[in-house]
Design a protein around this ligand. Structure first.
Ligand code: SF4
Ligand code: SF4
Length: 477
């Protein structure tokens, strides 16, 4: 084995003395690299464009934490609808597990925002300023000189600028582009919280992408830890065809040598510094750089491509890859069940919300022969335009029951909410026993309506001696 070749005994990013060994992957060209760049470019455009695209008067994705309203492509969720987030999170997790069981860590190598930023922004800038992998390794080992200092200062200034741009784009998802522009034109003293968030995020991104880098994927990201539990011998991952490649040797070696010429090109291009010839490892993010690198060597040697390729463990052993197997069938069934549940859950989201709770204090009062129960009624308009609502009582209630404290119609502004004291009065002779009721709120223009949960109307025991002015505490005695 050549000196410096990664093994399974040590981490490729830690030296024998425990210090960090920075990975400087060489540039690589090939179909997978080209397609990864296209995918990354599309994703970068999507990340930046989403807060600019308007659907139903709001940005396509706008997490308006201040107003507790969350807009997703025209669907507006109020804080009370956040239970739907359970479906979104579980759905994303299930989809990720499903894809991983079939294609390994394809998410990490192709679409994870961390990889997109690191490989297609920061490392591209680094290549542009410091050169390809060997040049960067030489520069790192070189003594400090004016040229090295100026390159370092320039590179880190660009890194900080990119981090600041990403932090601003991130903030625009929470405050909208218009507000962000207003903030950028005003003094930080007028929006201290947003300013602190952007500065902190810029610092965190700069630290992560300029220094921490692949360590995030290797040490911090929990998804990488689960890889071995989610894949099996039929999962299509990136692997080295040992049967074909070994025994590795130089091009000039005898004919009996395998196809691997031990050029280490697959190691040099790896962004996590591993040697895929040692088998699938936790550090492999499935970026396919080693596939393009090795195919390039094979083409030059006029040997068949695919010594390093997308294949399953079974496929690399010369067997057959089974896509349909118990694990993938299970994930398919669970995902279909999830999709059905999610569809039903979405239909449950009402553009109007109403709730009623009994007010603190006594459960009822009796004043001059009239029983009084007091409640708090909350009505929330989840539409993006003003709405007028009719308030009425529903259920088998005595005709003499009166509703006071709340107008029969209320108008709420877009995304507005109102809290009213609802007083229900009933002449004492009309009260036979406690009874149940609901409050029905109807959107006058559209006809949408909602009934609150069942509440109980309470009063004194009709057999008890009447009193001029009593409340529930008098009856407890
Ligand atoms: S690039 Fe291909 S030929 Fe070169 S060391 Fe890696 S597997 Fe062997
Ligand atoms: S081993 Fe290959 S696919 Fe895995 S991270 Fe390294 S270059 Fe990418």
């Amino acid at each position: 084995m050549k000196p410096g070749t990664p093994t399974l005994e040590t981490l490729s990013t830690i030296r024998a003395d425990g210090s960090r060994k920075f990975v400087h992957p060489s540039d690589v060209h090939g179909p997978f690299t080209t397609w990864r760049r296209v995918v990354a470019l599309i994703l970068l455009v999507v990340y930046v464009a989403l807060p600019w695209i308007t659907v139903n008067g709001f940005p396509a994705v706008f997490l308006d934490v201040q107003q507790r309203r969350f807009h997703f492509f025209g669907l507006t969720l109020a804080a009370q609808d956040l239970w739907i987030g359970f479906f979104l999170v579980t759905g994303l997790a299930l989809a990720l597990f499903y894809v991983t069981s079939i294609f390994g860590r394809i998410w990490c190598g192709w679409t994870c925002p961390y990889t997109v930023f690191l490989e297609h922004l920061y490392r591209r800038v680094e290549r542009w300023i410091d050169g390809d992998g060997p040049a960067r390794r030489r520069l790192e080992d070189a003594p400090w000189s004016l040229s090295k200092i100026s390159r370092r200062v320039f590179k880190h200034a660009v890194f900080i600028a990119i981090s600041a741009v990403i932090a601003h784009v991130f903030l625009s998802y929470f405050v909208s582009i218009k507000s962000l522009y207003g903030m950028m034109r005003s003094s930080p003293a007028q929006h201290v919280e947003a300013f602190v968030i952007v500065v902190s995020l810029t610092g965190a991104l700069y630290f992560s992408f300029s220094w921490f880098r692949e360590q995030f994927c290797i040490i911090l990201c929990p998804y990488g830890r689960m890889q071995s539990a989610l894949t099996d011998d039929n999962s299509v991952v990136i692997g080295y065809d040992k049967k074909r490649g070994e025994p590795r040797g130089k091009v000039t070696a005898e004919k009996s040598a395998g196809d691997c010429v031990d050029c280490r090109r697959c190691v040099q291009v790896c962004p996590t510094g591993i040697d895929i010839r040692n088998g699938l490892q936790l550090e492999c993010i499935g970026c396919a750089a080693c596939v393009d690198a090795c195919d390039d060597i094979m083409i030059k040697l006029k040997r068949p491509k695919g010594l390093v390729r997308y294949d399953s463990h079974n496929g690399l052993q010369g067997g057959r890859t089974r896509i349909i197997r118990p694990g993938t069938v299970f994930y398919t069934v669970v995902l279909l069940a999830w999709a059905a549940a999610f569809t039903v859950a979405i239909t449950w989201i009402s553009p109007l919300r109403a709730s009623v709770v009994r007010m603190g204090g006594a459960s009822f009062y009796v004043d001059n022969g009239v029983i009084r129960n007091q409640f708090q009624l909350r009505v929330i308009n989840k539409r993006n335009n003003a709405s007028t609502y009719r308030i009425e009582l529903a259920g088998d209630v005595p005709p003499a029951l009166q509703m006071t404290g709340v107008d029969q119609t209320i108008t709420l502004p877009p995304m507005g909410e109102d809290l009213k004291t609802l007083v229900l009065t009933l002449p004492q002779p009309e009260y036979q026993r406690q009874f149940k009721f609901r409050v029905k709120v109807t959107d006058v223009a559209r006809g949408d309506s909602m009934e609150t949960r069942v509440m109980e109307y309470l009063g004194p025991d009709p057999q008890a001696a009447p009193a001029a002015s009593l409340n529930a505490r008098d009856f407890i005695r």
